[in-house]
Design a protein around this ligand. Structure first.
Ligand code: ADP
Ligand code: GLC
Length: 503
């Protein structure tokens, strides 16, 4: 009798709680990086900022990451130990430690295993990365009962977590705890898939032969972790509408276009936002001089002068400062830049580059900085502080990507009133409106074909507006600083997706 009353009571409490918005949907993000703990690219910005932007009245969103030794020491030391256990992995018993930290209202958990996460960088050797992220996927799921968090939905990101949706339908499907957990898989970059021969991946994953056929994990004779996510997740998203369309075609599909066409009803594009608190020219402590949409005409330039001076470039308001903050890889269009580097670096231009990546591009920029010390500043390292200074100081930002799932750098540039010059692909298409001199429209400059001279033509056109039509240029900055790429709208779209899947 008591039992019945209790049940009804708790059901009623649940309904009332729901009315008050207290019935939380539990979402777990599983990913290989997140700001402020560890970052190699935009994935970290997204995983670090989206969870805190979800409506806290309805969603309890938490994040689980590897505990890398290469995280800052003060961060590592601030983590709270929760517990540990061992799992059988690839024939041996492996330690799984679980730690925790609450940051800006979001609970982050960390999987500790020094053998796998002890290296100087999050990623290194392909095969070893595959081994460690399969371990991570298993360990993350096994850790959930320990942290006493049973998510309604697991949101997985990129190839590193591609097996999570597979495991949810396989070995974790049976038990009460895991039964019915939904999954979303987000593609941040289709280029990286975590593919290796079937035998090896079968060995580490412990999955049966059943999974290694061409309609499941097999692709082009190899086993492919990303494909696991694409086949088994209840929904797939990617980080802009245009990229969601593009990847259904062979040119951008990286061999997955057929599968993505087959699953197009479960695939949607939700454009990324950026953290408007972290990236705010009015409050940013990392830049030399704060400014806003009203006073940028007078105040922004002080950032340019200070950066010129810090980098040893001539301090001169009249130089057209072109910024680049990027991983130096083929994806970002650096072969176009290399092709017309001489023409870009004419005497009115100061090209300021911050990035690391392929040696050939690092050396190319170093070479030009040596050749034209007054025109090129090559900063071949990683620095958040310097990146903010460049977003704030530059007149224009160059991002001629070959493909770009979303791109965050152009959003940061818009926010700082730095005019983006981009190629019309993926998220760049969806976030930068091309300047139209006849209709007084646009927030940047763009070109369509992957062609160095088309790019150069746009850079020259931008310079023409900058030098000869300053009022037009400033009106473009007005428009750029007025567009809203905070998470507000995109977080609502994710919430709608979660609601739809969880019911
Ligand atoms: P991707 O994720 O493909 O590298 P995005 O534009 O989405 O490209 O995100 C890149 C992020 O990494 C941005 O926040 C950018 O400022 C940052 N970033 C890239 N290179 C560096 C660097 N050398 N130093 C500091 N930040 C960097
Ligand atoms: C990837 C993409 C980039 C995107 C980022 C975050 O690194 O290359 O375009 O902005 O993920 O989603």
């Amino acid at each position: 009798e008591n039992g019945t009353r209790d049940d009804t009571g708790s059901e009623l409490t649940k309904i009332m709680a729901y009315d008050k918005g207290l019935y939380m949907k539990k979402i777990l993000f599983v990913a290989s990086e997140a700001v402020p703990f560890i970052k190699t690219g935009g994935l970290a910005d997204v995983v670090g900022s989206l969870p805190k932007e979800l409506d806290k009245r309805y969603f309890d969103a938490r994040v689980i990451l590897p505990k890398y030794m290469c995280m800052k020491e003060e961060i590592r030391n601030s983590l709270e130990y929760i517990g540990d256990f061992y799992i059988d992995y690839a024939g041996t018993s492996k330690y799984v430690g679980v730690l925790k930290k609450e940051y800006e209202g979001v609970k982050f958990y960390f999987i500790d295993n020094e053998e796998y996460f002890g290296g100087p960088k999050p990623y290194g050797d392909w095969l070893y990365d595959i081994e460690k992220f399969i371990f991570f996927s298993q360990a993350a799921l096994c850790a959930l009962p320990l942290i006493d968090f049973r998510p309604d939905l697991i949101h997985c990101h990129d190839w590193q977590t591609g097996l999570v949706p597979v495991y949810l339908k396989d070995r974790f499907a049976g038990g009460d705890f895991f039964r019915g957990i939904k999954s979303v898989f987000t593609i941040h970059n289709l280029k990286f898939q975590g593919a290796w021969d079937i035998k090896t991946i079968q060995y580490f994953s412990g999955l049966s032969d059943y999974y290694f056929t061409s309609d499941k994990l097999e692709a082009f004779k190899d086993a492919n972790l990303l494909k696991g996510g694409l086949v088994y997740a209840d929904a797939i998203t990617t980080v802009s509408k245009t990229y969601a369309e593009e990847i259904q075609n062979a040119y951008y599909g990286e061999g997955m276009d057929g599968l993505l066409r087959a699953r197009r009803n479960d695939l949607r594009g939700i454009v990324n936002g950026i953290d408007y608190n972290e990236f705010d020219p009015e409050k940013d402590k990392l830049i030399y001089n704060n400014y806003n949409a009203k006073n940028f005409r007078k105040e922004k330039i002080k950032n340019k002068r200070a950066l010129q001076s810090e980098l040893g470039l001539p301090v001169d308001d009249c130089k057209f400062m072109l910024g680049i903050v990027s991983r130096l890889t083929d994806q970002k269009g650096f072969d176009l830049i290399e092709c017309v580097m001489e023409e870009i670096c004419e005497e009115n231009v100061q090209l300021v580059v911050l990035g690391t990546g392929d040696g050939k591009y690092e050396n190319m920029f170093r070479h030009y900085a040596w050749k034209y010390p007054e025109r090129v500043s090559a900063n071949i390292y990683y620095s958040e502080e310097m990146s903010h200074k460049i977003y704030a100081a530059s007149d224009a930002f160059l991002m001629p990507s070959m493909f770009e799932p979303c791109g965050l750098s152009q959003l940061m540039s818009l926010r700082y009133g730095t005019v983006p010059i981009v190629r019309e692909t993926g998220g760049l298409c969806d976030t930068v409106e091309s300047y139209n001199e006849f209709e007084d429209r646009g927030t940047g400059f763009s070109f369509a074909n992957y062609n160095a001279h088309e790019m150069l033509d746009r850079i020259n056109f931008a310079k023409h507006i900058y030098y000869d039509k300053k009022r037009e240029w400033n009106k473009m900055i007005d428009r750029a600083m007025a567009v809203d790429f905070s998470w507000k709208q995109s977080a609502l779209e994710y919430q709608a997706l979660y609601d739809w899947l969880i019911g």
